[in-house]
Design a protein around this ligand. Structure first.
Ligand SMILES: [Zn+2]
Length: 393
């Protein structure tokens, strides 16, 4: 059951109007953060109107909250992040009219924590809508209404200020009826009010149907309603493919856990870079050395070792992570590593027939096998990979 104000909120403000662009973007962000992090994470964003007017109620864009700390079932936009987000919206002549967030891999319901968040936000930011609502005059100050029933009279006694009225009606004609003297009476009169409200929508990574709520201010008390609140999608532009990379970068730069992951990768790769380059150079030198005197097997082992080492590093960095295709410098490091690896394997490939010849000669073949299978030098799993590389035609 709705209170008159709740009824008004639902009638006047639902369905929440959201463009297909904003809707798709919210779903994209909710799904993409989990892909970038390679695990389920929440994320918070603001629902924006394209206008600064406090009555413009269409969600036209989504802005990922700045400086946020996220976990599996929690997202927290820091106060600094709140200020930055507000600054962004003002500078771009947009207005924050709602709070959206993703529930990662769980349903899109509203949690107790979400209730608190949205009710705090409606105090900070709200939309306004002028309407009229039936005000119960019996509850207004200076008014008193009472039902009086005795042997002589029965009816309503109404006091407005200093004036007293006594009302009778045909419904009170039945003397035998047992009227409840504590019965409440309402005298409704339409009065203009301004609804102050704020939207909330929850999405998830599976892009299930979002959950919508409306927070509003009832005198000075903040409230929230979800029963009967729906949303309606307004067709608009699509998110362009090239725009998605920008959104990915925004997710990484604003979500602490992801931008830390990127800087950790950078730091560790940079520290490995020098070593790997020296190793790569040693590999190239060994290839030259082997080519100039292919009776000497030592440089060949050096080539194998270098290839294995390079591949090992490539594997240790988890270069498949989508983070590497999103961050520009990580992308550059990755391609440098791969170019060294490809150059080495390419240059080592002419050695394959020579190696096969060696293996055909029993004596040399045995030496080679002994060296290869000497586990003091290389890991066994690494070796099988190396042999594959060197023996592929
Ligand atoms: Zn939530």
């Amino acid at each position: 059951m709705y209170t008159p104000l709740e009824q008004k909120v639902v009638d006047e403000l639902s369905p929440i109007k959201i463009t297909s662009y904003a809707f798709d973007k919210a779903n994209y962000i909710s799904k993409r953060i989990c892909e970038l992090a390679e695990r389920p994470l929440e994320i918070g964003f603001f629902l924006l109107s394209d206008s600064l007017s406090s009555t413009d109620d269409v969600i036209q864009d989504v802005y990922i909250g700045d400086d946020q700390k996220v976990r599996h079932l929690h997202c927290d936009i820091t106060p600094e992040g709140m200020m930055k987000s507000l600054k962004y919206s003002r500078q771009n002549k947009k207005r924050i009219i709602g709070w959206g967030h993703s529930h990662a891999n769980i349903g899109t319901f509203y949690s107790g924590e979400d209730d608190m968040t949205i009710q705090n936000l409606v105090r900070t930011w709200n939309l306004e809508k002028d309407t009229k609502i039936g005000v119960d005059y019996t509850k207004k100050e200076g008014y008193n209404i009472e039902y009086i029933a005795n042997e002589k009279v029965h009816g309503l006694s109404l006091t407005i200020g200093n004036e007293e009225y006594f009302l009778t009606s045909s419904i009170f004609d039945d003397h035998n009826k047992n009227y409840n003297q504590s019965q409440k009476f309402r005298i409704l009169k339409d009065e203009p009010i301004t609804l102050k409200y704020f939207y909330g929508m929850t999405f998830n990574a599976a892009n299930e149907t979002p959950h919508s709520v409306i927070a509003y201010i009832d005198n000075t008390i903040t409230r929230k309603i979800e029963q009967g609140v729906t949303y309606g999608i307004i067709p608009s532009k699509e998110i362009k493919e090239e725009e998605k990379l920008g959104i990915d970068r925004e997710i990484i730069s604003k979500v602490e856990i992801l931008n830390k992951a990127v800087s950790n990768y950078k730091e560790s790769i940079l520290s490995k870079m020098k070593e790997l380059k020296e190793n790569y150079q040693r590999g190239l030198d060994s290839i030259d050395l082997f080519a100039s005197d292919n009776n000497e097997l030592k440089p060949l082992f050096q080539v194998i070792k270098t290839l294995g080492y390079t591949k090992n590093i490539i594997n240790s960095y988890h270069f498949d992570s989508p983070i590497f295709s999103v961050d520009e410098s990580l992308q550059e490091y990755k391609s440098t590593f791969y170019s060294w690896w490809h150059e080495l394997t390419e240059k080592a490939s002419p050695l394959v027939p020579l190696l096969e010849n060696r293996l055909a000669e029993k004596k040399v073949g045995k030496k080679f096998h002994d060296a290869i299978f000497n586990k003091k030098l290389w890991e066994e799993n690494l070796l099988s990979e190396l042999i594959n590389v060197l023996t592929q035609r």
